[in-house]
Design a protein around this ligand. Structure first.
Ligand code: NAP
Length: 248
């Protein structure tokens, strides 16, 4: 199996931690980012300093043409793809459904749902034995919000992750006999910058009392589950979700 892994949204947070850990386990990592080239380069340099292989690729997974360009660039510069982590995801500021604009919904669904579908499509075209590929593994980032619903905060984001859960189940069954495993990870409250984009930078600490383990998680704790699902150690695991949420 090819050891080239593409991680969307890997310039910081869970994606960056996954890139570093995957590289330590032998993956050559394509580090995708949208805006922050410096942050992506920092991840690449950290991996190279540890003797690993990595390269940064700019692309917005909310734009189909960007996704096509991203996969072609990875083909050309890194070789045959063996893994994909659909990690890039966005939320918006706290809002009830009755105060939600069409533009907001469109952005969240386009990046979180359509982007994950379109990236998986490109990965399947390269990895499926039905298309002449050699197999591979896909991990989709869902969220505990898919089960909790995030009322009064961002039901739209939660619903986009509910769609990802269903996508994981369906795609896993569709390509199971073609050498591709598809799984999901549902992080709980994790210490990353995503909470600042929701207008509450300290959200993970503020809500820690709701977590049975009484603390937020780290990006590396989520990365551990993602990299395990990608690995041959999970060879008989497909169509499932791992909750990494401290019991929440
Ligand atoms: P984060 O810290 O906000 O990082 C998001 C990453 O995604 C950045 O690298 C960003 O790159 C990239 N990105 C954003 N929009 C993109 C786009 N349109 N195309 C390509 N890349 C894009 O997020 P995180 O907390 O690590 O979350 C990672 C995943 O876990 C997301 O799917 C999120 O929904 C999920 N999750 C997180 C938590 C949590 O508590 N943190 C909980 C549950 C689920 P730039 O900076 O270059 O734009």
């Amino acid at each position: 199996m090819s050891r080239v892994l593409l991680i969307t949204g890997a310039s910081r947070g869970i994606g960056a931690a996954t890139a570093v850990l995957a590289a330590q386990q032998g993956w050559a990592v394509a580090v995708n980012y949208t805006r922050d080239a410096q942050a992506a380069d920092h991840v690449v340099q950290e991996i190279r300093a540890q003797g690993g292989q990595a390269q940064a690729f700019q692309a917005d997974v909310g734009i189909e043409a960007d996704i096509d360009r991203l996969f072609k660039s990875v083909d050309k510069e890194m070789g045959l793809l063996g893994g994909l982590v659909n990690n890039a995801g966005v939320l918006d500021v706290t809002a009830r459904v009755d105060n939600t604009s069409w533009e907001r919904l469109e952005r969240i669904m386009r990046i979180n749902v359509l982007g994950s579908f379109a990236c998986a499509k490109q990965a399947v075209l390269r990895m499926s034995t039905a298309h002449g590929g050699k197999g591979g593994s896909i991990v989709n980032l869902s969220s505990a919000a898919a089960k909790l619903g995030a009322p009064g905060q961002y039901v739209d984001y939660a619903a986009s992750k509910g769609a990802i859960d269903t996508f994981t189940i369906g795609l896993a069954k569709e390509v199971a006999a073609e050498g591709i495993r598809v799984n999901g990870v549902r992080p709980g409250l994790i210490l990353t910058d995503i909470h600042a984009s929701g207008g509450i930078p300290d959200r993970a600490h503020q809500l820690a009392h709701q977590v049975p383990m009484q603390r937020p998680g780290t990006a590396m704790e989520v990365a551990q589950a993602i990299v395990w699902l990608l690995s041959d150690a999970a060879a008989y695991v497909t169509g499932t979700n791992i909750d990494v949420g401290g019991g929440r």
